[in-house]
Write a protein that binds this ligand. Structure first.
Ligand code: PLP
Length: 362
């Protein structure tokens, strides 16, 4: 008999990453993982390559150069920043550090699947708040807060629905939480949001003792492959995370590349403007085909397919894959009749819109 894992672990459905291969297609457009079509800044690539002589030695353990660069960029205290091997690591560490068996962890239905995984891995109780027409109503989250609530994960913007929570709603949620619960604002896609009533969370973290904001270099900075994320935390939370994280969790090449990526604001601006232009274009093109596309503030769109024979998301997915267009199936987000489309290069966007059009006409 093999030893049994902690209660909850065998209830976990293994995370399903976006696919990257479309067999048989002459040209492949990977639009399944919310990566940047520009990739990283050339300056980040140069910094990565320049780290070669350092590959044989341990990096500085706390990612100091990166924390200081992030601190200077956003005006934050570097000792309240904790870096992770992707923001996934930080979201996981928060659950590892704070969730005790039977503690409740709140998050939205159709939210990033990691929240449920890390809750169950710590024998916690996932509480999925139903969304109304795919939008999270903060009143519904507040209604589920109890004295057992330990963590509340809010992806803002949310993946895969591409919707967001306003500053005033986030403040309202925070006011309703007991001090024993931690509000985790996962702002992985925040760079893409262009709304006056949105904030990534810096102000709320700065002015409270139980809010953490997580960010990533995987999306707008195009560095998903080297895995760098970070959190801005209350001092006491940073001290907790620093006790538990692996001692050298950000490798030296990743630290250097992320510092250079942050400094190249022109590159980031190009990425953001391209995304805004094509987000509007793709939304309009696909809506013109008669399909529902939810308003997006991020770098991806959620497309709903008709619930009729040969027109469902699974049919569309097969049709698109055969033409090299890889989107993300949303069955694991409990949205089986949707596909998520990452906004890509102009060529990829035009190819995707044309292929969805052909599917609808087929
Ligand atoms: C909402 C959300 N949060 C966090 C992440 C994790 O990003 P990373 O671990 O690459 O920083 C993702 C990645 O898909 C995401 O969609």
């Amino acid at each position: 008999m093999t030893p049994s894992p902690k209660p909850g672990i065998m209830e976990i459905d293994v995370y399903v990453p976006g696919r990257s291969e479309a067999k048989g297609a002459a040209k492949v457009y990977k639009l399944s993982s919310n990566e940047s079509p520009f990739g990283p800044s050339p300056k980040a690539i140069a910094a990565y390559e320049a780290a070669e002589p350092l590959l044989g030695v341990y990096p500085e353990g706390s990612a100091r150069i990166l924390r200081e660069a992030i601190g200077a960029h956003y005006g934050l205290a570097a000792d309240r920043i904790v870096c992770g091997n992707g923001s996934d690591e930080i979201l996981t560490l928060l659950a590892n550090c704070y969730v005790r068996p039977k503690d409740e962890v709140l998050f939205s239905a159709h939210a990033f699947s990691l929240y449920k995984i890390v809750t169950l891995a710590n024998s916690g109780v996932p509480i999925e708040v139903p969304a109304k027409d795919l939008k999270l109503d903060i009143g519904d989250v507040i209604a589920r807060v109890t004295e057992r609530t330990r963590l509340v994960y809010i992806a803002n913007p949310n993946n895969p629905t591409a919707s967001y929570v306003s500053v005033s709603d986030m403040r309202r949620l925070h006011r309703a939480l007991p001090e024993t619960a931690l509000l985790v604002i996962d702002a992985a896609y925040s760079e893409y949001v262009q709304r006056n009533d949105y904030e990534a969370g810096i102000e709320l973290v700065s002015t409270s003792s139980n809010v953490v904001m997580t960010r990533t270099f995987s999306k707008a900075y195009g560095l998903a492959g080297i895995r760098v994320g970070w959190a801005y935390c209350p001092q006491a939370v940073a001290e907790v995370l620093n006790r538990v994280r692996a001692p050298f969790n950000i490798n030296i090449a990743a630290q250097r590349a992320a510092v250079a990526a942050l400094a190249d604001m022109a590159h980031t601006q190009t990425v953001i403007s391209h995304n805004a232009t094509w987000r509007t274009w793709l939304t309009e093109e696909i809506r013109a085909l008669g399909l529902r596309v939810d308003d997006s503030v991020a770098n991806f769109l959620l497309i709903h397919f008709p619930d009729s024979q040969s027109r469902r998301a699974a049919d569309a997915d097969r049709f698109l894959m055969a033409r090299g267009i890889i989107m993300r199936g949303c069955g694991s987000y409990d949205l089986p009749n949707c596909l998520r489309l990452t906004i890509g290069s102009e060529e990829a966007n035009r190819a995707a819109a044309a292929a969805v059009g052909e599917f609808m006409a087929s």
